[in-house]
Structure formats: C-alpha cells, structure tokens
Design a protein around this ligand. Structure first.
Ligand code: MN
Length: 257
C-alpha cells in the first residue's frame, strides 16, 4: 500500500514538485501537416461566447474547436489501423494513465542530426546503465525538440523531402511494442514517429507497432530536461471522448525535490 498521506503532505510542502510537461494550447500551437491528398487536422481555436458583456454580463466563456491530435495530446490504440479493435480514448483504463517515467536522452545526437532515430542498441545501452524499463512505465524520449515548440516552421523543419524531426527506427518501435510492458511513449515532437517515417518499412512504425500492442502515444511534451532519468511519476489526462482516437491532454510529472 502506498503512503498517500505522505504524498499529499509532500505536495503541500513542496518536497514533491509537480512539473507541467504540457505545451500551452492556442491558435499558434504547431500541428501535424500531412501531404495534401490526405485529410488534415485542425488548429486550436477559441470562439468567444461572452466576456462580461450583453451576451453574459457577469461571465466569460468560450467554445473551442480543435483536432483530437492537436498540441500535447494522447494517441489511443484505435488511432491506428493496427489497433482499430482496441480501446478508444474513453475506454482506456484510468489505471493505465499513470506510471513511473523513464527518460532516454538523445538531445546531443538530435542536435547533430535532426533525423536521428533511437535504435534498439540505444535502448539496451540505457537499460544496461539504468536497469530494465519497468512494467507500466511511460517511456519519455527526450530530444530537445521542444525548444522549437513556439515556432511552427522550425518545429516541422520541413524541406522539399518533408519534415526532418527525430523518432525511432522500426526495430526500436518493435522492441518497445513487443519486448517491454510500457504504457506508451511520450515525445517532444508533433507525433511519436520521425518526420521521415512515411518512408520507413513499415511506414510510421511507432504508430503501427505501439497502437497495435495496446500501447499509447503522447506528444509535444516540454520540460523533460527537468526530470530525473528514473524516479518521476507521470500522469497523462486525456478527455474521455466517446469513440475518440485521442485527445489534447494535460501531462504532469511528480518529482522528488
Ligand atoms: Mn496523434
């Protein structure tokens, strides 16, 4: 049994710090752009209902329009065809939204090569240094890419050949899907797959393998540099959209100070 009263006291006195891993959500939040023959996701937009005015003299509120996969968001298994018969975002068990975090840091490699892809050898090297990735963990893939998160062009880093952003090799995606019991993977980029992953075999290996293995994706994380390599607890909170394939979400990390 966990010491929840101890945790509550530590939250109050600040000895457990809450670090927000979420990117702010606004009309300029970067979104994924697909080739023009495909459907496109929407940017986030606020639509004013009233602001202490004749439409609501004492209250301010908005409607909002967004894609499910806009900003820091959660990929449910049914997002991908390999997981189409698995949970929608409202069906994902709450017990599987919270877990220990492990952080694999490839900031240096990505600074040298934006197309850098984490491979199985990198994961095994991490495990040799830090122990096996625990069951029920969130694997957080730290790349430093969130530093571009307020500049959509730099964030997409696209040229005539498409976007250049880091991801995983197909072998690494298969390893995480089949050889680990992670809840899912969190990334700093616009999606869990590399910018060039359309051309991989299979295309979009993280989506293909993780969703198919009933694992989750979380994107556009910030502040991963503030987390220890192991020891944090991460809470991922998507909206329970019935039949939804994902949802913008708040992602919080609890860290011992
Ligand atoms: Mn997504």
């Amino acid at each position: 049994m966990a010491d929840l009263s101890g945790l509550a006291a530590a939250l109050v006195d600040g000895s457990v710090e809450v670090i927000d891993l979420t990117s702010p959500l606004h009309s300029g939040t970067p979104i994924l752009g697909l080739p023009p023959e495909f459907g496109q996701t929407a940017t986030f937009q606020l639509e004013l209902i009233s602001e202490y005015d004749e439409k609501g003299p004492a209250w301010y509120w908005n409607n909002f329009h967004t894609g499910e996969h806009t900003g820091t968001h959660f990929d449910a298994p049914n997002h991908w065809i390999t997981g189409k018969d698995l949970d929608d975002v409202s069906q994902v068990p709450a017990q599987r939204l919270i877990g220990p975090a492990v952080v694999i840091d490839t900031t240096a490699q990505v600074a040298a090569n934006p197309d850098f892809c984490l491979d199985v050898s990198d994961i095994k090297e991490w495990e040799a240094a830090n122990g096996a990735i625990p069951k029920g963990a969130w694997l957080l893939y730290r790349t430093g890419w969130s530093k571009y998160g307020d500049d959509p062009a730099a964030y997409a880093n696209a040229d005539a050949n498409g976007p250049h952003t880091p991801g995983l090799t197909p072998a690494a995606a298969r390893y995480l899907a089949e050889e680990t019991e992670i809840l899912g993977m969190g990334v700093e980029t616009v999606g869990t797959d590399a910018g060039g992953a359309f051309g991989f075999d299979p295309p979009f290996p993280c989506h293909t393998m993780l969703m198919g293995a009933n694992k989750y994706g979380v994107t556009q994380l910030r502040n991963l540099h503030r987390l220890p390599v192991t020891g944090a607890v991460v809470i991922v909170a998507p909206l329970p959209i019935v039949k939804g394939s994902g949802s913008p979400c708040r992602v919080l990390a609890l860290v011992n100070k």
